[in-house]
Design a protein around this ligand. Structure first.
Ligand code: NDP
Length: 249
């Protein structure tokens, strides 16, 4: 049985990834920040699929929480075969570059970039220790390459994940560990619900997403399963866009 740790798996894309992995036969550690009810619901759905689920509350932006998350994940499921760095936050308020605050920048860097960077480091060390030819997948965004000047802090964290992926791919290849970046397009989740009407028009009428539909957490989950189940055995350091063609524009 293979084991995966998915950060931010209580809701949205993380939940979709966790369920897709469970369908593919993975036991899953469901990490969440505060929403215990949603995390329990995801875990119950995973167990209905006949695999194990373990819940760990931890803020990926906090060093002590990250260390405990890695320890508890291994205690619950043993050696991990897969880490999915999915947890991420958008700025609480969009602010023009010339008005943006250090407080928002520090929060986003801590959760969206520093969290995945050091979780990858810690999980990779365990994979090497256990001799596991594991996989690490990080969820970035099309904001990694679009210059949205009213949420620059979000964009720089997502762009940083691209270099992080290349760095760890280069460092870990000799251990048989492969590392990928998955860039979702516009996906229907709580993060995008506030702008649903605006995006309905952009996607369905204007074709900002050429496949002219909202993406789903399951779309992203399927891409992660392809990586996790070794359908890309001779690839590493790659980016996979799951965006209905958004990047073509
Ligand atoms: P949601 O806001 O719907 O869900 C966020 C998830 O992350 C929840 O499970 C939440 O836990 C968890 N989380 C938030 N902060 C932390 C933290 N500090 N530590 C641990 N877990 C945390 O987001 P999405 O599903 O939309 O986004 C998931 C990822 O995909 C993010 O990295 C986002 O940037 C990226 N993305 C999203 C896109 C979209 O269109 N939705 C597009 C491109 C990328 P809890 O339930 O406890 O709050």
């Amino acid at each position: 049985m293979s084991a995966a740790l998915v950060t931010g798996a209580s809701r949205g894309i993380g939940r979709g990834i966790a369920l897709a992995l469970a369908k593919a036969g993975f036991d899953v550690v469901v990490n969440y920040a505060s929403n215990l009810g949603a995390a329990e619901d995801t875990a119950a759905e995973i167990e209905k699929l006949g695999v194990r689920a373990a819940l760990v509350r931890a803020d990926v932006g906090d060093a002590e929480d990250r260390a405990r998350l890695v320890d508890e994940a291994h205690e619950a499921l043993g050696a991990l075969d897969l880490l999915v760095n999915n947890a991420g936050v958008a700025p609480k308020v969009r602010a023009d570059l010339l008005e943006a605050t250090e407080e928002s920048f520090d929060r986003l860097v801590g959760i969206n970039l520093k969290g995945p960077y050091f979780l990858t480091q810690q999980v990779a060390r365990r994979m090497i220790e256990h001799g596991t030819p594991g996989k690490i997948v990080t969820i970035s965004s099309m904001s990694a390459y679009t210059a949205s000047v009213n949420r620059g802090d979000y964009c720089v964290t997502k762009a940083g994940l691209g270099m992080m992926t290349k760095l760890f791919a280069a460092r870990l290849a000799e251990h048989g560990i492969t590392v990928f970046e998955v860039r979702p397009g516009i996906i229907a989740t709580d993060m995008t619900s506030a702008v649903q009407e605006k995006y309905d028009k952009l996607i369905l009428t204007d074709g900002i997403t050429p496949i002219r539909r909202w993406g789903t957490p399951e779309d992203v989950g399927r891409a992660v399963v392809a990586i996790a189940t070794d359908l890309l055995p001779f690839s590493t350091g790659q980016v996979i866009d799951v965006d209905g063609g958004f990047h073509l524009r």
